[in-house]
Design a protein around this ligand. Structure first.
Ligand code: GLP
Length: 245
């Protein structure tokens, strides 16, 4: 596990964007695993900039998003799909047929989850997975207690997650109770992973993830079992971990 401590959020985003661009240059038909949330916000801005400057093309790239709220579709402003569409998809040359996000409005969500796993497999698996981390250590929407071998599935959201994400919904009561998420086992299968964390409020969970016990209580600790993880932290998110000089 490689740990990079960036000066600030700006630098963290830039380092991550450079790694994504490098991946696509090496393999133009890369399969990217994408995350939403505040953390990768400027990473997407940087990727859009890189595309506009002609440094990268997403023409052959496929993307698979980690998760979606149950019941929400792409036109709902609080959905992951809406976020991705406005923040990234419509600003680059990705082909619509190469964009995959679980459909939170599917009539049969169980079937939707199984189909999503198949689509990832058929695409050859994720080459590079981008992750943020929740305050309780969730990645995707894999809350504490999730099995390390779990697959894409319907999950109940922790109250702390609903509280943290209330800002995207105009109040906690409006946050759905459940979501579809890639599983921890699904995430572990990605060939490479980038985990991002920014801000002092993430410092404790970053410490637990990287230095605590690797178990179900801290879902992100599953990444310690992965051979190719790059953790990119800003200074404040890294302030509770000791790093070799
Ligand atoms: C959300 C998402 C995650 C995200 C995390 C952190 O609930 N499901 O994919 O990484 O929580 O969010 P943020 O980056 O806004 O702190």
């Amino acid at each position: 596990m490689k740990i990079i401590v960036a000066k600030n959020y700006r630098e963290m985003s830039k380092i991550a964007a450079d790694l994504v661009v490098r991946q696509i240059k090496r393999k133009p038909a890369s399969v990217l695993g994408l995350a939403t949330g505040h953390t990768p916000f400027e990473l997407y801005d940087d990727l859009v900039q890189a595309y506009r400057r002609g440094k990268v093309s997403f023409k052959k790239v496929k993307t698979f998003n980690l998760d979606e709220y149950a019941g929400l579709g792409e036109n709902n402003r609080s959905s992951c799909h809406y976020y991705m569409k406005n923040k990234f998809f419509k600003k680059v040359d990705l082909s619509k047929k190469n964009i995959f996000i679980p459909d939170g409005r599917a009539a049969d969500l169980k079937k939707e989850c199984a189909a999503y796993e198949r689509k990832i497999r058929r695409a050859g698996g994720v080459d590079l997975q981008i992750l943020g981390i929740g305050l309780d250590g969730h990645i995707g929407f894999n809350e504490p207690g999730s099995n390390f071998s779990s697959k894409t599935r319907l999950v109940k959201l922790a109250e702390s997650t609903r509280r943290a994400n209330a800002k995207y919904f105009g109040g906690r009561a409006l946050v759905p109770q459940s979501a579809v998420t890639m599983g921890l086992g699904t995430i572990l299968k990605a060939k490479k992973v980038i985990l991002l964390a920014s801000g002092r409020e993430k410092a404790a969970i970053v410490k637990l993830t990287l230095r605590g016990k690797a178990d179900k209580i801290t879902p992100a600790s599953v990444l310690r079992k992965h051979p190719q993880v790059t953790v990119i932290l800003d200074k404040t998110a890294a302030e509770l971990i000791k790093l070799p000089k």
